[in-house]
Design a protein around this ligand. Structure first.
Ligand SMILES: [Zn+2]
Length: 210
């Protein structure tokens, strides 16, 4: 097997991260400012790990203002639930954003497995099963990975409510809300796929799927 390009070999990649950390530390004017902002996050973002954009860039928020939790394909496991429950229960985060994206490799993998009736082995199988679960539960005609992403983020919101009594209670009591979104492949604008709890300025729906 040939060696990877210099830009992607482990040593070069690590040195870039290390240098970036040095630049970041030099740019910080006050660690206390960052710490204070971190204590009052504006939202917890549950994002897909292969999304090319950081949540802070997608939402135009400052560094440290979001609690970011990610895995590949929005698999709602114990670690995800613990992180979101900490954000909602301890940090009093008022919004959970379930963020999907175009050309999601996880959704491509799930859709291909569904169409070929061939499930992969290993850990990736859980991602495929979660994706297909969203496809079948919504009983709709889904032909592309982008369509599956939209269905999957909405179904992920439902799953969070079902698996976490703490989150469900917070949504029911109006302390937090869940907004399920996908970003547009052309201009990056966000499209709301489902909301749970009240995030509107006028109406007060407990549940709305759009
Ligand atoms: Zn993805």
């Amino acid at each position: 097997m040939s060696n990877p390009p210099a830009a992607s070999n482990p040593s070069a990649a690590w040195q870039r991260l290390r240098a970036g950390n040095e630049r970041c530390c030099a740019a910080l004017t006050s660690r206390a400012d960052v710490a204070t902002e971190r204590q009052t996050p504006r939202a917890a973002v549950f994002r897909c790990a292969d999304s090319p954009m950081a949540s802070e860039a997608v939402f135009g928020q400052s560094r440290g203002s979001l609690v970011e939790i990610s895995n590949w394909g929005h698999v709602v496991d114990t670690g995800v639930l613990a992180g979101l429950e900490y954000a909602v229960g301890t940090l009093r985060t008022p919004v959970i954003a379930v963020l999907g994206h175009p050309d999601c490799a996880a959704m491509h993998t799930a859709l291909n497995a569904w169409k070929s009736v061939s499930f992969p082995d290993g850990a990736v199988r859980a991602v495929v099963e979660h994706g297909i679960s969203s496809l079948t539960r919504l009983n709709t005609t889904i032909g592309t990975a982008d369509e599956l992403s939209a269905a999957h983020v909405a179904q992920t919101g439902v799953t969070l409510l079902h698996k976490s009594p703490l989150i469900a209670k917070a949504v029911d009591g109006g302390q937090t809300a869940i907004v399920c979104l996908v970003s547009d492949r052309n201009d990056g604008r966000l499209r709301v796929c489902a909301t749970f709890g009240d995030v509107s300025e006028t109406a007060s729906p407990l549940f709305e799927c759009v």
